[in-house]
Design a protein around this ligand. Structure first.
Ligand code: HXC
Length: 514
């Protein structure tokens, strides 16, 4: 055969394999409102940057009629490319080929690209659209998933791992994403569960739809398994690309610096917080007023909204923001918001991203439900994560900082590098009402007019303790600042923290509360 013929033969072979499960299966995929695996990769990566590997890999299974089945690419596409010039490793499961199910060779392709990502220290994006372990391949499929989980774990904290759920994903196809840093879901397309509605009906007799069991909203709002929710696949890919701009390639690098920009905030920071301490406000407005271009990229927006986490830039540098949200449950810490904050703090710490904490919260949420749900161990995660983090850590107390909340939200005592407070800050063991009722109990009960006495004592307590000056007098607060000074003070604090270099005692690893 001439070279020309060889090339034509190669092209023909490629064309055939690139059709995945074939025209009919692709039509079915499109009818469900889904892109194909190949289209998804191309939509995320920079134009013409994708290079594919292992296109001609074939499965070797023989049982259950598999010896007569050809599964193109064994149901997964792997390769490398770039996103805004940053190198990326990627895999995308192809649901048109045996439901994207994972057999031995399929797994080997994924572990090959994972190994490559870890070796090259570049981010990994995994697009999951799979019925999980390929039933016909038995223990080989389970082995494949085990090897993926192992690599997810070893790569954790070394390279960013991003998971995208774009179809009905079961079993291993959801456990691997759960081990990664960020999970993206799309409304009506993404479904995640360990066992599907069929199994639930058989075992428990309960009837539930796939959407109600593990749809995108369920995971974005209720379980917290998803970090980003999108209305369409394209919106999801735009979110992924934006995330890539905020994070470094690996844990030995810093995130790319962008040209500094002003926040574009037109108003007055002093007007953002109501004079009445019982009135809520949206803390995201405070964040937007201090970050470059007012651009705050929120993570887990729909889950545990009493805490806000996400990335913004200050003078072009990526900063992780953690902020109590007075709009929701007065910004208290509970089980879910503690988990959300703690994991994000650990992410920022792993990837050299300074953390700015904005505090306004009355403490941990009291109640039997929370206590029995384990608020002690969940809440302890925040203490652990802040204490452990060695990146620059700066706190601004906007308003309430009571009790355990004061300590937990990156206090000086957990290693904050700088502590600032607005003059509206109230730093004390508990709120004035509760405190007065306890410490002035006798005076109140013995008074001629107990209510009048109670109000008097509340006022006395407020004047004495519910302000930033007691903490400032002890040096726990470095500076009481005017709201409008916040951005400049933070910029300065970040600037003088670039060389931060502290080391905790050597250990294999800590044992954080789970
Ligand atoms: C082999 C599978 C498969 C699987 C789907 N298919 N899942 N083949 N192994 N696990 C095949 C189907 O046979 C079908 O092939 C094609 O994919 C499309 O599947 P449908 O059922 O027609 O699609 P749909 O109705 O959309 O339902 C999708 C689904 C469902 C919800 C994913 O297929 C399903 O429940 N699958 C099984 C899920 C599961 O229990 N997986 C094992 C998890 S255990 P044809 O040839 O007809 O097109 C696991 C172990 C690891 O993963 C656990 C780690 C802890």
């Amino acid at each position: 055969m001439s070279l020309k013929k060889h090339i034509l033969d190669l092209r023909k072979r490629k064309e055939k394999v690139e059709m995945g499960g074939g025209e009919k299966a692709i039509e079915k995929q499109v009818a469900m409102g889904k892109m194909t695996a190949r289209e998804r990769i191309l939509a995320i990566l920079d134009q013409d940057s994708f290079t594919e590997y292992d296109l001609f890999v074939e499965h070797e299974a023989k049982d259950f009629g598999m010896d007569k089945k050809q599964l193109h690419g064994d149901g997964v596409i792997i390769g490398t490319g770039t996103v805004y010039g940053a190198p990326i490793c990627v895999f995308a499961q192809d649901f048109t080929v045996a439901g994207g199910s994972l057999g031995l060779m399929h797994a080997r392709k994924i572990t090959k690209i994972m190994d490559h990502a870890l070796k090259m220290r570049v981010p990994l994006i995994g697009i999951n659209d799979s019925g999980g372990a390929r039933i016909q391949e038995g223990v080989n499929s389970l082995a494949g998933y085990g090897e993926i989980f192992y690599r997810n774990t070893i790569a954790s904290g070394v390279i960013p791992q991003i998971s995208v759920i774009l179809g009905p994903c079961a079993g291993g196809a959801v456990y691997s994403p759960a081990l990664t840093d960020f999970v993206f879901v799309v409304d009506n397309i993404s479904k995640m569960f360990i066992t599907g509605p069929g199994v639930i009906k058989t075992v428990l007799g309960e009837e539930i739809s796939m959407e109600e069991l593990g749809g995108a909203r369920v995971h974005a709002e209720t379980t917290g398994n998803a970090h980003f929710f999108a209305e369409s696949e394209q919106e999801c890919f735009d979110q992924i690309k934006k995330l890539i701009t905020f994070i470094p390639w690996n844990n030995s690098k810093k995130a790319k610096e962008f040209p500094p920009k002003e926040p574009q905030f037109k108003g007055n920071l002093e007007d953002l917080i109501p004079a009445d301490p019982r009135k809520p406000y949206d803390v995201r407005d405070v964040i937007r007023s201090i970050v470059d271009d007012g651009d705050f990229f929120e993570i887990q927006e729909l889950f545990a909204a009493n805490i806000v986490i996400g990335f913004g830039r200050m003078n072009g540098q990526t900063i992780g923001f953690v902020a109590n949200q007075p709009l929701v449950l007065a910004g208290v810490l509970d089980c879910d918001s503690s988990d959300k904050a703690a994991r994000f703090i650990r992410y920022c710490d792993s990837f050299n991203i300074p953390i700015v904490t904005l505090e306004d919260m009355p403490g941990y949420l009291p109640g039997v439900d929370q206590e029995h749900a384990g608020v002690i161990r969940h809440g302890a995660k925040v203490l652990y994560a802040y204490s452990e983090a060695t990146v620059p850590k700066i706190t601004v107390i906007l308003r309430k900082a009571y009790g355990g909340g004061y300590i937990a939200m990156n206090s000086r005592h957990l290693g904050a590098d700088f502590m600032f407070a607005w003059p509206t800050a109230e730093i004390a063991v508990m709120g004035p009402e509760g405190a007065a009722n306890i410490i002035f109990k006798k005076e109140i009960e013995g008074a001629e007019n107990p209510e009048e006495m109670r109000q008097l004592k509340v006022q006395e307590y407020k004047e004495k303790f519910a302000n930033p000056y007691v903490a400032a007098a002890k040096g726990y607060i470095d500076s009481v600042i005017e709201p409008n000074e916040t951005r400049n003070i933070l910029l300065h604090a970040l600037e003088v923290s670039v060389g931060k270099d502290i080391n905790h005692p050597d250990k294999k690893h800590g044992i954080p509360p789970f």
